[in-house]
Design a protein around this ligand. Structure first.
Ligand code: NAG
Ligand code: NAG
Ligand code: NAG
Ligand code: NAG
Ligand code: NAG
Length: 308
């Protein structure tokens, strides 16, 4: 079976239309399969969202209501095919009304319900701002049209400078795509999140939606091709990166390449081992943050032991 076919089978297995129709906001239970060993990252507090679109679960987001933006999104990578869908931006009705339908729905053309506006970011927050809409779970990392469309919800988006979004961060997304599609043989679990400013939060148009100082991403691919080229030896089973979202940030976490093109200068991405990422997260959040169960090292043998 080719990798592509294998991934398609996996995608179809999860797309089998199973929908226990529990609440999708407030609990990761219906979408635990997107986390390695069904183990959501530990250490960050927020509102869990199982991202349901067209009655299927596509990924998971830990949302911050006070920031009106996500802490992280977690998803299964699948080899992309086809074009980026034309953006039809959606919102999460259950953030405003717990009894509402669990599917994300497109913003209506007319005026918005005030409870929806209060509960989350809306398109007006981003319009005429100096930030673009930065996907945490990018449409580029998915095979099916539905998986891709489902990423276009503002609950999966943070204010991201264009110099990052169209520059080094996009390069990172493409590099991860090439690395995983070439050498990951089973599931690849990806978690992408943000690091807030240490002091003095910034807000989109000085208003309602918090702006992150950095973005981070990490993957876990427990089953990979052992004959890796030398330069990819350190990239399995897990790897991580932090990207700058503010060209004026200091350089302790991510140094600046002074010779980068002007429009991308100061938006560098620094690849690093998972432990290094977790060290910076601990530093900024003042608590231990664990992205993957046993740092993605839990082997099948381990699972067996734990189950007995
Ligand atoms: C955005 O800016 C343009 C040009 O200044 C203005 O015409 C438009 O009304 C603004 N839109 C919003 C939603 O503020
Ligand atoms: C993602 O990876 C696939 C498989 O290697 C490749 O065909 C495709 O061009 C890549 N897409 C991007 C945007 O890098
Ligand atoms: C693993 O990688 C090697 C070298 O790139 C390749 O020849 C081999 O077919 C790959 N194996 C699998 C199972 O994809
Ligand atoms: C960075 O600093 C420059 C010069 O002070 C300022 O013009 C720019 O708006 C700042 N950028 C950000 C993202 O704060
Ligand atoms: C800095 O950016 C330049 C221009 O994009 C590139 O050629 C060079 O390799 C980069 N240097 C480092 C250390 O990444």
């Amino acid at each position: 079976m080719s990798l592509r076919v294998a991934l398609a089978v996996v995608v179809l297995a999860f797309a089998g239309g199973w929908c226990p129709c529990l609440a999708d906001v407030g609990d990761f239970a219906p979408c635990l399969h997107v986390f390695y060993k069904s183990w959501p990252p530990k250490g960050l507090a927020g509102t869990p969202i199982c991202q349901r679109y067209d009655n299927q679960y596509h990924f998971a987001t830990l949302y911050s209501r006070p920031r009106r933006s996500p802490w992280f999104s977690a998803y299964l990578y699948s080899v992309p095919a086809g074009k980026r869908p034309s953006a039809s931006w959606k919102f999460e009705p259950q953030l405003a009304y717990p009894g509402a339908d669990g599917n994300m729905i497109p913003f209506p053309p007319g005026p918005l319900d005030q409870n929806v506006v209060e509960s989350q970011a809306v398109e007006l927050d981003y319009i005429n701002s100096t930030y673009s809409r930065g996907h945490l779970n990018p449409s580029l990392h998915h095979h099916t049209h539905e998986d891709r469309s489902a990423t276009f919800t503002l609950t999966n988006v943070v204010p991201q400078k264009a110099g990052s979004n169209d520059g080094p961060w996009e390069v990172l997304e493409q590099t991860v795509n090439k690395t995983l599609s070439a050498y990951c043989l089973g599931e690849a679990y990806i978690v992408t999140g943000i690091i807030p400013y240490l002091n003095d939060e910034r807000w989109l148009k000085n208003h309602r939606v918090a702006v992150p100082e950095y973005m981070w991403s990490a993957y876990c691919c427990p089953n990979y091709n052992n004959s890796l080229p030398e330069k990819l030896k350190d990239f399995f089973p897990t790897y991580a990166a932090i990207g700058r979202n503010d060209c004026n940030s200091t350089e302790e976490i991510v140094p600046v390449n002074k010779t980068a093109k002007k429009q991308f200068r100061g938006f560098d991405v620094r690849p690093m081992p998972l432990e290094t990422l977790e060290m910076y997260l601990k530093d900024r959040f003042n608590t231990v943050v664990s992205v993957f169960y046993e740092q993605c090292s839990g082997s099948e043998a381990n699972t067996h032991r734990l189950k007995q």
